[in-house]
Design a protein around this ligand. Structure first.
Ligand code: GRF
Length: 205
């Protein structure tokens, strides 16, 4: 399967996918990496791996819809089977969702439906939860609201309240990378089906 991965930051989830894709048995190749900004480590990781990259910045377009159209065209150009949003910090618009409907996977650093949005780690911490974690889900028109594919749990430690969630987010990302690689590999090899918000990935015969 052909993957396009979208990033906005350090790209450690991307790196986990790059490393996994080195094994032909993984069943997927990353054909391109896209970002909404330049100068991020995620793009450097792609370049290091010899993977084509592209950047579509919202501020380079008169309207948000123009950016969405340009991003859609950039991704379509690589003919992906799956689009993976791995720390991509923009909401994907209607045109993008229509072009790749049901084939966009996102990873979120909280146990959805709790704590959606750009501050899931610190929102969970502020709420005083005892466990949090990460969610891999299909993207729909909402913010972090699509059908859930897999979740991983991370215990909150007392020390986490003292560092603004830094250590907690790193522990979440450790679980997240493993979960994302497992899910993307299974989707790539087995395909999937969605029935009233339940996502089914056939067990490997
Ligand atoms: C991940 O935890 C992702 O869920 C969140 O931002 C982080 C991105 O980390 N949206 P990286 O860029 O993959 O290192």
């Amino acid at each position: 399967a052909r993957l396009v991965v979208l990033v906005s930051g350090s790209g450690t989830n991307l790196q986990a996918l790059i490393d996994a894709a080195d094994d032909p048995a993984f069943g997927a190749e990353i054909v391109a990496v896209g970002a909404d900004r330049t100068g991020i480590a995620g793009l450097g990781r792609a370049e290091q791996a010899g993977i084509p990259t592209f950047v579509q910045r919202v501020q380079d377009h008169a309207e948000r819809a123009d950016w969405d159209r340009a991003l859609t065209a950039s991704v379509l150009g690589y003919q992906p089977d799956l689009v993976v949003s791995a720390g991509f910090m923009k909401i994907l618009g209607a045109e993008f969702l229509t072009a790749f409907s049901g084939r966009i996977v996102n990873t979120h650093p909280a146990l959805l439906p709790s704590f959606p949005g750009a501050h899931g780690v610190t929102d969970a911490l502020a709420y005083g939860v005892k466990v949090t974690g990460c969610t891999v889900h299909l993207v729909d028109a909402g913010v972090d609201t699509g059908p859930i594919i897999a979740q991983g749990v991370v215990q909150v430690e007392d020390a986490d309240y003292a560092d603004g969630g830094e250590a907690l987010h790193e522990r979440i990302k450790t679980v997240e990378r493993t979960l994302l690689v497992d899910v993307v590999g299974r989707l790539a090899r087995e395909g999937h089906r969605i029935e009233d918000r339940k996502v089914w990935i056939p067990a490997h015969e």
